[in-house]
Design a protein around this ligand. Structure first.
Ligand SMILES: C[S@@+](CC[C@H](N)C(=O)[O-])C[C@H]1O[C@@H](n2cnc3c(N)ncnc32)[C@H](O)[C@@H]1O
Length: 272
């Protein structure tokens, strides 16, 4: 999951969705002067600076990206850090530094919170990080075939030792019948106001098997050698085929395919 160079070039879907959600939900955000903004799970910093920053008024005070991965933070600081933009290591599920409590006017998170097992701990931290009247916009995965394929692979003897803790990496909302209600209830319990949670049906079409492999590899949380990962990705593609997610495209180009990824995206907004 912390192959930062690969992630940097294989995150088209994450970028598209961050942009769409900011366009759709951005109007809910109450921008003020000299805002302090946090992006949780910033990864390589590409979405933080290439997409989120474009929605922030120019007179912001500070944009901070945080991530649990040292490699991601180091890459982001090297490529995108400047006098008002910086990146730091922080686990949103763990203990947050005391001096950051109430420090932000707006918190965002894109494609990260589905990795968090203790959802209430993370959402409570997000609430604590906000100052009075602060708001948050959180975008994360609900249901996706990616998690089904991981589960299928985890039952195979060859992959079982590597995918022992597969459930740790399946979205807590993957099997949920009503994720909107679950998240709304949790946010209300924590103290959030003006809560709006939406579960959106999405589709992304990959054009080549290689694109699928790169996208999966970029977020593959399971530790294995590069050689073994190549076999893992081959098996992944076989299952995608069995699940009939691949359409042959009749445009006279050999091997032309559409690989459909139908998934749900959860978008949660709330204020303090
Ligand atoms: C799929 S990437 C998303 C990166 C970026 N937000 C984007 O949209 O391109 C998910 C990121 O979440 C980070 N992450 C996972 N668990 C985390 C945690 N507990 N606290 C902070 N970051 C975490 C990972 O290191 C990874 O960089």
């Amino acid at each position: 999951m912390d192959n930062v160079e690969l992630y940097h070039y294989s995150n088209k879907v994450q970028k598209r969705d961050a942009f769409r959600c900011l366009e759709e939900f951005g109007k809910k955000i109450k921008w003020r002067n000299f805002d302090k903004v946090l992006d949780i799970g910033c990864g390589d910093g590409g979405v933080t600076t290439g997409i989120l920053k474009k929605f922030i008024p120019d007179n912001f005070k500070h944009l901070v990206g945080c991530d649990i991965s040292h490699r991601m933070v180091e890459f982001a600081n090297r490529h995108y850090g400047d006098e008002r933009t910086s990146f730091m290591v922080m686990d949103i599920e763990g203990q947050i530094p005391r001096d950051l409590r109430g420090a932000f006017d707006h918190t965002f998170s894109f494609y990260t919170l589905h990795w968090i097992v203790d959802q209430e701990a993370a959402f409570t931290n997000i609430y604590e990080l906000l100052g009075p009247d602060g708001d948050c916009l959180l975008v994360f995965l609900g249901n996706t075939p990616l998690f089904d394929v991981f589960r299928i692979l985890s039952r195979r003897p060859k992959w079982r030792p590597y995918l022992k803790d597969v459930e740790r990496f399946v979205s807590p909302y993957h099997d949920s019948q009503d994720p909107e209600k679950e998240i709304r209830r949790m946010m209300a319990k924590i103290g959030f106001k003006n809560i709006d949670v939406q579960c959106k049906e999405m589709c992304f079409v990959y054009k080549t098997m290689d694109d699928v492999k790169k996208a999966v590899s970029a977020v593959n949380p399971f530790r294995m050698s590069a050689e073994l990962e190549e076999e893992f990705l081959e098996d992944y593609i076989h299952i995608v085929r069995d699940m009939r997610l691949i359409d042959q495209v009749n445009n006279n180009v050999d091997e032309a395919v559409n690989i459909r990824n139908n998934y749900t995206l959860l978008v949660a907004f709330g204020t303090k």
